[in-house]
Write a protein that binds this ligand. Structure first.
Ligand code: SF4
Length: 411
């Protein structure tokens, strides 16, 4: 299934430059078709008591399903924690998908909304939720319509009455609202300012109540893991890793898009086996393994298994698996500077190391010669003292340029 096309910003940019392009509107799988292929069976079995909560959480744990929004927390464990808390319980689904280069959640919701929704309803039933909120990126108006239709359909099938109300909430374009606690604030109707942690959302979440937060993709895999068994999922990895993931691949490859690929695949394998190789006239120079926040690696490090934890020693992380491929025609310093401008624009401004640090960093990166000592110092303060992941990860690209692209610093 390696060749699913998806019109991304990058592919549009490549098409504008005369490259390959395929634009088509995906047809979503409708309720009847989904049901005809076994859809909502797992949910029905859970509701009828033919499947137990323990068996479901056990399957997710055996499959080693982790939080695919990027944090990688074991999904089964989180469900278990929330279920044990005093009521009321909430479920808050992160469909904000704001990480630059990430478009796999959109892919799930646009093509197979009921597979995602079944996962959401299984989660809600499993943790005995009193309400479920889907926080959707407002830049996805079509998905909003699709999900509303899908929700109306499952309501007619009686699932909403039997489980809990499901509310579809629109975000308003702030990157920070994809951060879990900022999302909760935003759902509550406040400004999206990240909270201090602990306490964690599983104990003190939405409206101060125990809340299960999951990303769209995490829930998208739930039905299949339970139906096909945890071994089906766990056995799919590569290079010593386990599981499947949806990689959003963009940039200078022949066929960018969402790729169903084994966790642990290397970027070299992704490009060659899933993306038809590099785009015409481009040679592989560097890649972003985790969107804007996950750092930049050189082509010489193209044999690292892409998975949670495997990039730590390089000062990088996979996050939401947004893989951006850069070529010899891209300017690494300009890319890093652009990323810092993004963080500066999206900083919520709540804490000084991030608010002032990103601003100061942009100024330093706009100089012809980068002051390594000053930038390293600034990076350290931002990492150590920022409240949330935005400020903590913002220096990743700069640190990587110093570490891996010394020759580019000379230009
Ligand atoms: Fe806001 Fe940045 Fe502080 Fe996060 S690190 S809370 S985005 S100012």
């Amino acid at each position: 299934q390696g060749h699913m096309h998806h019109a991304t910003l990058s592919s549009l940019a490549i098409a504008a430059a005369g490259g390959p392009m395929e634009l088509h509107e995906p047809t979503p799988v409708d309720y009847e078709t989904y049901v005809a292929h076994g859809g909502y069976t797992v949910l029905q079995e859970l509701l009828d008591g033919r499947r137990t909560f323990d068996s479901i959480v056990g399957a997710l744990s055996d499959a080693n399903l982790r939080g695919l929004g990027g944090a990688g927390f074991p999904a089964g464990k989180k469900w278990g924690i929330v279920r044990q808390q005093p009521h009321p319980h909430y479920v808050a689904i992160n469909a904000d998908e704001g990480e630059p280069g990430t478009f796999k959640d959109r892919w799930c919701m646009e093509r197979d909304p009921h597979r995602f929704l079944e996962g959401a309803l299984i989660a809600s039933a499993a943790v005995q939720a009193d309400a479920c909120y889907i926080y959707l990126r407002d830049e996805y108006p079509k998905v909003n319509r699709l999900l509303q239709e899908a929700l109306d359909r499952v309501a007619r099938a009686g699932y909403i009455d039997r489980i809990c109300p499901v509310y579809l909430r629109r975000g308003a374009g702030a990157y920070i609202c994809g951060e879990e606690s900022a999302m909760l604030e935003s759902i509550e109707g406040k400004r999206g300012l990240p909270r201090h942690k602990p306490p964690f959302a599983a104990e003190v979440g939405l409206f101060g109540q125990p809340t299960l937060t999951n990303n769209v993709e995490t829930l998208y895999w739930v039905r299949d893991i339970i139906q096909h068994g945890p071994q089906w999922f766990a056995g799919k990895g590569r290079n010593g890793r386990s599981g499947l993931r949806l990689f959003s691949v963009s940039g200078r490859v022949k066929e960018p898009g969402v790729k169903h690929a084994p966790a642990g695949i290397t970027v070299r394998e992704l490009i060659d086996e899933y993306c038809g190789g590099m785009a015409e006239g481009h040679s592989f120079k560097a890649y972003l393994p985790g969107g804007a926040s996950g750092g930049i690696l050189p082509a010489s490090k193209s044999d690292i298994p892409l998975d949670f934890g495997s990039l730590d020693e390089y000062g990088c992380f996979i996050g939401s698996a947004a893989i951006v491929i850069l070529s010899d025609q891209d300017d690494i310093k300009a890319a890093a500077r652009n990323l810092m401008r993004f963080f500066k624009a999206e900083s919520c401004g709540q804490c000084t190391p991030c608010r002032n640090g990103t601003e100061k960093a942009v100024k330093l990166l706009e100089r012809d010669r980068w002051d390594q000592e000053l930038l390293a110092d600034l990076s350290q303060v931002m990492r150590d003292a920022s409240i949330c992941g935005l400020g903590q990860a913002a220096p990743n690209p700069i640190d990587c340029v110093f570490k891996y692209f010394p020759e580019d610093l000379e230009t």
